[in-house]
Design a protein around this ligand. Structure first.
Ligand code: 5GP
Length: 191
């Protein structure tokens, strides 16, 4: 998506450890207009998949997911990374390791909001090592829901995430694909 690539080029900052900082529109301050365009694009890509639910993970997956949910007219569920005081034990859960933060966290989704036969579109902000995506796929498996695809805002294609997710038979659609960070310069796939 050209508009997204331009925003990444203009505002993105490459930090050490191959981490891209896009706090100006996605991870801290959020640009609602851009989020709407991203959500609409996810909806367009998956319009023929009979999606009944969007599943994301807190926090940064929520904003684009909401607009995709609006466009597809389906509810949006986010996996929690922290136990909520309102949540009982009626939940699906798994662990996800974050290489960027070097922590392993338990993610949970209430059984009330993910049903057998749901057609799920999973959305997240970044795809790097694929662990968040795999965790969300595992949650869907526990629910016996059908994973129709993974929608990603920014994919770092030089990391193994896409391959790991595709090996599960899941369709991956990323709105921006970064081939490399060469000397701090952002190179997109196909350039
Ligand atoms: P994965 O599980 O695919 O390795 O990483 C997924 C999560 O790590 C994303 O949801 C995102 O929160 C975080 N992440 C991974 N790489 C980056 C990055 O380059 N920049 C930012 N801002 N977050 C990242």
């Amino acid at each position: 998506m050209k508009l997204l690539e331009d925003r990444i080029l203009n505002e993105g900052e490459v930090l050490k450890g191959n981490v891209l900082k896009v706090d100006g529109f996605l991870n801290h301050q959020i640009d609602p207009e851009l989020m709407k365009l991203l959500g609409d694009e996810f909806a367009r890509l998956f319009k023929d998949s009979n999606i009944t639910k969007i599943l994301t993970i807190e926090v940064s997956g929520i904003a684009p997911s909401l607009f995709a949910g609006m466009a597809l007219n389906v509810p949006v569920v986010f996996a929690r990374k922290h136990k909520s005081i309102t949540m009982d034990n009626n939940q699906f859960s798994t662990t996800v390791h974050s290489y960027t933060k070097n922590i392993t966290s338990k993610i949970t989704v209430s059984k009330n909001y993910l049903q057998e036969n749901d057609n799920v579109l999973i959305i997240d902000d970044f795809l790097a090592n694929g662990q968040a995506g795999l965790g969300l796929i595992e949650i869907c498996k526990q629910a016996k829901a059908n994973v129709k695809g993974l929608g990603i805002v920014i994919e770092k294609s030089f990391q193994p995430g896409r391959q790991l997710i595709e090996e599960t038979g899941t369709r991956v659609e990323s709105l921006a694909r970064i081939e490399s960070f060469m000397d701090g310069k952002i190179i997109f796939k196909g350039e």
